[in-house]
Design a protein. Sequence first.
Length: 490
Amino acid sequence: MRLHRRSDLSAGEASLFDAALSRLAAMPADPDDRIRTFLSPQKPTYIGRAPGRLDVMGGIADYSGALVLEMPLDRATFAFVQRHPSMRCEIATRRDNAWQFFAIELTRLLSGDLRDPASLADRFAKGDPADAWAAYVVGVVQLCAERADVTALVRGGFRILIDSSVPEGKGVSSSAALEVAAMSAVAAALDVPVGASDIATACQWVENHIVGAPCGIMDQMTSACGRRDRLLRLRCQPAVADGFVSVPWGFRFFGIDSGVKHAVSGSAYGRVRTAAFMGYRIIAERAGLKASVDGHGRAHVDDARWRGYLANIPLADFARFESELPVEMMGSDFLATYGGTTDNATRVRPDERYAVRAATAHPVNEQDRVDRFARLLPDLSRADATRELGQLMLDSHASYSACGLGSPETDRLVEMVRDAGPERGLFGAKITGGGSGGTVAILGRADAETVVRDIAARYAAETGLSAELFLNSGPGAEETGVLLLDSHDA
């Protein structure tokens, strides 16, 4: 990740850090005396910046290897990192209008009882729920410190302050923004060379194995590698950036938050992901692919045909297997027959019932929808293209509901967009990310912002829920890099 000083930045680049620099300037006057002295104006400060994202198409198909189309937002998380003489990692963040603090001994993470990722994950899983946010930061600190030269570590630990405008629980990937910003700044402070895609992969690992959220890779890759006003084309096998799709002049993507809090760590998302991998395992068996299950209950499939990804199964092939997939299946019945799935982030629970067929069909059909969407997007001057793109978004939204990841509130927002229609400059909408609430993505004309604002206002009045708007794109972490402030810059 590129490291630069304040004097190196153009006016446009410098403006991206205005919010961060304002936060630094305000700290000495903060009402909380712990914050007033948390960072020292005499020490170098590394500032990482990473945005949230709007999931335009692809969503929950990412863990099944699909192509996804993602747009970074102008909302961003900043991580301020300073080295500190004590061998501690001290973190502060502002949440719910109050400062929260967390500290942990660095020696415990590197050579002590928390060195094993499972032990660190268990510490947060069994600890105070109010500290859960710190797992995202502590996990990336541990990874960076393990990669650092020993001479960098003897300088001590870290003080890390988090400041974010990416709202939590709204389906715009606040967790990925937090992870990517923190890892970018910590890696820079330790002089650990790491590229944007490597940061994304590492941050996904932290979320899967330390936080315990079975997310795919698209959120971290978009936050790290996304570009302003473009859709990142990401083929999640595991994470291959196929380039970017420019949004044609005169068109925009908008987001409206439903006011229903979403979490990838929620049980519904985990069940749907598990069910999709159960479906892949069943299809592989029906297709005669050789498989084995190791001592940890993890399946290994010899799959040169689809390379282990549901998204690689053509629609015609899937049609032959779909009727053989159970509509629902108890986890105990699946384990008795198949032993386990190929997924490293989830486990089949014997006492859970899984909607296997719908969860398996979604990524196969979504891959076809995203491919068509990407081909049509550059040709939005044709009226039939805008209609088809809008319908693809609506079909994706309906597929979420079939999987069990819809919500009445997001359904209502999509309905309001559909009612407005092309006559008012709106063509389609869909639930985003992990579903079960969160934000709805909308395709419309650039001049339709007033219509989007009107829908949000009417929705809020009708439901009594908040309806936050996401209207603009911003750069990814790779575009902005890490800003180094020396004492004379502060």
